[in-house]
Ligand binder design. Structure first.
Ligand code: KG4
Ligand code: ZN
Length: 345
């Protein structure tokens, strides 16, 4: 049996986890920086990097102690090497390099998006390749055909904002606390989703890509008009976003080829309306639907350790100790660049 130590530090969660190849999360710990960033209404990269540097080593110690293990018992050290906020990524990657060197263990430099993409397989042993994946996080909104470890075909991406970004900006406009996604979802539950007319960008268009910038601007206009209740704006925004997700993901499925399941992962996969709508879409396409449990949707280190295990299982070698952190790192480097999407990977 293999055990991998996973490290995650690409955004505002400092996390460490020990995962075995029989899909057991032996121990894990997450230190959220929500309080540190809340006064600024978003993640401040410099504050994030410092917090990771302070918290990571004790967190790793805690996880090992909880599991009753030492570095010696681990088969490899896996860390997010990008994409993300470069300062934080470097803290995690350098720590992993030091541990790999000291313990003479393979270093696995993991693409954070690969962590999200494979996380459903950690939770669901029956999920086979290839599967259709909607990856929706604070920085990304993509539909991928996951064909195997390291084999991702991107069929759709956003031409402007990511879905989580749209939730976060809507939260800011409505004066809700950071992080915005869960706050918008809570408020939406009390509102009328038909109360505010909002656009559904790119609905029905031939290419399966996403766009949320126009929706966000419409939310701002609705709020500024003073004509609507906040809960109605939140509910109408969430409905518009879900309508876009359904239409666009449905279109991507038409271009996908055969897959075993429809899967949603990434932070926004924690949203119940998004999950429910996709479950219906999968049913209409005759596909199995699966989504990781909520703690595996948002950033965590278990998914990074699991991606490491999948790499080892596939016979892939460890990475050199001089490997660099990558602020941008697309999962499918061969994907055609989409107008406006250059920075989203
Ligand atoms: O995957 P993640 O934890 O970090 C990134 O890799 O970006 O995703 C964070 C994003 C944030 O934009 C957050 O607002 C959103 O996921 N999010 C949600 C919910 N929970 C987290 N969005 C909508 N509804 C939620 N319940
Ligand atoms: Zn993430």
């Amino acid at each position: 049996m293999r055990t991998v130590l996973g490290i995650e530090s690409s955004c505002d969660e400092t996390a460490a986890a020990l995962v075995t190849d029989d899909r057991r999360i032996v121990a894990q710990a997450i230190a959220s920086q929500e309080e540190a960033h809340a006064p600024y209404g978003g993640v401040v990269p410099e504050i994030a990097a410092r917090a990771h540097a302070e918290r990571l080593a004790p967190l790793i110690g805690k996880v090992l102690a909880e599991a009753g293990m030492t570095l010696e018992d681990c088969d490899a050290v896996a860390a997010t090497a990008g994409p993300g906020l470069i300062g934080g990524v470097m803290v995690g990657l350098v720590t992993a390099k030091a541990l790999a060197m000291a313990g003479d263990k393979p270093l696995l430099a993991i693409n954070h998006l690969e962590g999200h993409a494979l996380s459903p397989r950690l939770a669901d042993a029956a999920l086979d390749y290839p599967y259709a994946l909607l990856l929706v996080s604070g920085g990304h909104c993509q539909v991928l055909r996951v064909e195997g470890v390291g084999r991702y075909r991107r069929l759709a991406t956003t031409i402007d904002d990511a879905l989580g970004e749209a939730f976060d900006k809507t939260a800011k406009i409505l004066g809700l606390p950071y992080p915005g996604g869960p706050a918008v979802e809570r408020l939406a539950a009390e509102g009328d989703a038909a109360a505010v007319p909002l656009p559904r960008p790119l609905l029905g268009s031939a290419e399966p890509h996403f766009s949320f910038a126009g929706l966000k601007s419409a939310v701002l206009r609705a709020q500024d008009s003073g004509r609507y209740r906040r809960e109605d704006i939140a509910a109408s925004f969430q409905q518009a976003a879900v309508d876009c997700i359904l239409d666009r993901t449905g279109r991507a499925l038409e271009h996908m080829g055969p897959v075993s399941a429809l899967v949603v992962a990434g932070g926004v996969a924690a949203n119940r309306s998004v999950r429910g709508a996709l479950e219906g879409l999968a049913e209409r396409h005759g596909l199995r639907f699966t989504a990781p449990p909520l703690p595996l949707c948002t950033d965590n280190a278990a998914m990074i350790a699991w991606a490491g295990i999948e790499r080892l299982q596939a016979g892939m070698a460890g990475d050199p100790l001089d490997i660099s952190a990558r602020p941008r790192w697309p999962l499918d480097p061969a994907a055609e660049p989409v107008r406006g999407a250059g920075v989203k990977g």
